[in-house]
Design a protein around this ligand. Sequence first.
Ligand SMILES: NC(=O)C1=CN([C@@H]2O[C@H](COP(=O)(O)OP(=O)(O)OC[C@H]3O[C@@H](n4cnc5c(N)ncnc54)[C@H](OP(=O)(O)O)[C@@H]3O)[C@@H](O)[C@H]2O)C=CC1
Ligand SMILES: O=C(CO)COP(=O)(O)O
Length: 348
Amino acid sequence: MIMKSVESIAVIGAGSWGTALAMVLADNGHDVRLWGHKPEQIDEINTHHTNQKYLPDITLPKNIIGHVSLGEAIEDAEVLVLAVPTKAIREVVNKIAVIRKDPMTIVHVSKGIEPNSLMRISEMIEEETPSHLLKSVVVLSGPSHAEEVSLRQPTTVTVSSKELEEAERIQDLFINQHFRVYTNPDIIGVEIGGALKNIIALAAGITDGLGYGDNAKAALITRGLAEIARLGVKMGASPLTFSGLTGIGDLIVTCTSVHSRNWRAGNLLGKGQNLQEVLDNMGMVVEGVRTTKAAHQLAEKYQVTMPITDVLYSVLFENVSAKDAVELLMARGKTHEMEDLTNLLGGQ
Ligand SMILES: NC(=O)C1=CN([C@@H]2O[C@H](COP(=O)(O)OP(=O)(O)OC[C@H]3O[C@@H](n4cnc5c(N)ncnc54)[C@H](OP(=O)(O)O)[C@@H]3O)[C@@H](O)[C@H]2O)C=CC1
Ligand SMILES: O=C(CO)COP(=O)(O)O
């Protein structure tokens, strides 16, 4: 039994992931305030202890208190868990910065890269928060579908921060017998792996939707990992991070699960629906679409070859058909699987 001190924690964003993480923190005995911007949803959370739109048929612990007032939610909470889609991060952090008086630790759990600025989420948070208000930024990431976490099924994640002690402190807040939390000092690798796996999950959904099989999916996962790592290392990440939970781990869970919104969106695209139709019907965030735009720009900036990202970009934004995209990938010029052959051959 792990003994924990009780903290007041504000979870900002009452969608699937914010609600599931609020449950983990509430199970650990913390005083959890869950902020959402829809009064009827917060009323449902406080009255019925449910969040039917995002986690149907799950009963929430009674120590999760819903708030529509951001000021009330973050008051006295030294740790804030940001669980909104990447495109809402700046807006929400701005609102917090206006209200907040004391320094805070922000834990973000979102998986995306901002197009054009090409910033990781921790960088966006740092840019939007006055330095006297920001104690530290921690990212929590890894193979973790909210649907399974809310059922208290075994799950492993990683936390990372520029300050190891802060990551360890957040590890302590979340860890329990169902939810195992590791630390990793490589914040660049953790954020890049979490964001870019959504691109590959969209592609895996597409090949499933087209009727291709396990060979295609295994190819996407392994070659997807290769291009994510290639970019990540150029951006300053450790190559080892991509063989961990936030790299291959998250790729596996997202490319192979019907829980994944990115996989589901890709699947519908593969079956012939158009992007707008798919996104309109999803009702939840599909991060991989914007991140494909950002990764396409990153590949250009860092001069990295990212064939899967490139063909997915052409499907999403240039009207190339899914079937043609797969043919384009298969018809690429021949190449070596491992890029650094000299190292593999022992320096010969
Ligand atoms: N779901 C999962 O299993 C996991 C998700 N993640 C990541 O977590 C992040 C959040 O995803 P998830 O919770 O699943 O997404 P959902 O679509 O389930 O929920 C998003 C929540 O954010 C709210 N929101 C959106 N825009 C704003 C805004 N401008 N201001 C305030 N609230 C806003 C939505 O409100 P509304 O209801 O009004 O739309 C909703 O409550 C994503 O980056 C995702 O990649 C990471 C790991 C697992
Ligand atoms: O990141 C996730 C699981 O680790 C959730 O993926 P989706 O956003 O595709 O549902």
